[in-house]
Design a protein around this ligand. Sequence first.
Ligand SMILES: *[C@@H]1O[C@H](CO)[C@@H](O)[C@H](O)[C@H]1NC(C)=O
Length: 466
Amino acid sequence: MLYMILLLLVILALLRLRRKSGTIGFFHPYCNAGGGGERVLWCAIRTMQKKWPNYHYVVFSGDRDASKEEILMKARQRFGIELEPNNIDFVKLRLRRLVEADLYPRFTMICQTLAGGILALEALWKFNPEIMIDSMGYPLSLPTFKLLGGSRVAAYVHYPTISVDMIDLVERREATYNNKDIIAQSNILSILKLHYYRAFAFIYRLAGKCADAVMVNGSWTLNHISSIWRRSDASVVFPPCDVSTFLAIQQTAEDSLESSKIVKLISIGQIRPEKDHKLQLQVLHDIIKWLQEKRPDTRAQLTIAGGCRNAEDKQRVQQLQARLYSIDYASELGIADNVKWSLNVPYEELLAEFSDSLISIHTMWNEHFGISVVEGMAAGAIMLAHDSGGPQMDIVLSEKGSKQSVGYLAANREEYVHAIRNILGHTRQERDRIRAAARKAVGRFSEEQFDKKWTEAIRKVIDRTA
Ligand SMILES: *[C@@H]1O[C@H](CO)[C@@H](O)[C@H](O)[C@H]1NC(C)=O
């Protein structure tokens, strides 16, 4: 026993001795996945390479089949992000297989989290940096590097592993996708699950407490992290969106309205039930009826564009099914002729649709963010988004101290119809003012803003040595 403890202490001392000052590690086991999280990673490293060129950057990654050059090339091709190759290295992890969800049909959350801890141990064993940033959400990497390695650690959280909402659901015994019927109905199982969740939340909180700096990707995540980690010092750093492409769009919708008497609405998003295309069709129906009464010379058209990026086959099938459903519904309402389907169209076509759209409509309830809402505003359409989630908390917001509206929020059929009537009731100049303000406001989501906010937040773990 004594020997065991001694051995552990020696290992610990060795780990700490090997800590390399002047290095910053990013724990991002799937760094070559090419998704939104990776865009954040590369943008963050690019910013830091510029700001702190004397540090050396290291990414802990499980992509053993890709070379450094290949990974950097993908970052360039996929996101247009150019990194300084002499100042970045990759530490390849062998145990990434352990964190894959399909290994754990039961107790996935705890198993994956523990596996993340083991993966972090492997990472620490291979390289101990002065500063470690968890950019993928493996909570146990924080105590691993902090307590065992003695690094300073920061976390960028996209999504809380467990939330107070999830615990509440089990407490109230409601059946949902992650709370099965049998559990909701059984007393004992519910109590056990509640204990499991509470214990997990406790571990998650302890891990969160280890972070010297916490960044979150939006207000929704901020609220959850603040309550589950019980810390009030997290900073919101919005992920960088490519707003410039949309800002460059020339608007022609007003001309179409004047010359052809057509009100064009656009809806962007994958065709999934929670996006609530049905509500859009109902609103279109009501607007058409209203126009018939009040402005018989004006027509309305809704373009439904969806699944244009990374359209994967599986999704496409799903979309087509949903599409049939919605077409039926559109004809049932007698508005099938007023609906244009632009599914899986090329990007340029999507941008062209945007330029001719007066109003961009978004109907998903409680979306965590809503990149399509940012894009709609940047494109110069008048945004009409659901009054909940990200659109309400982060996006459709006037700039501080300004009363100028940047768009509309609505929560039900009547409110949507009312908002559209309002928009059509404005003069062109009034609408232009909303457009201009909206295009200015989305600057919050640009790469420049990301750079600024990230630098401000991460400085906390850097300046102590500088
Ligand atoms: C934060 O990340 C989560 C998970 O990827 C995502 O659902 C959400 O939209 C993101 N929020 C922002 C503001 O991008």
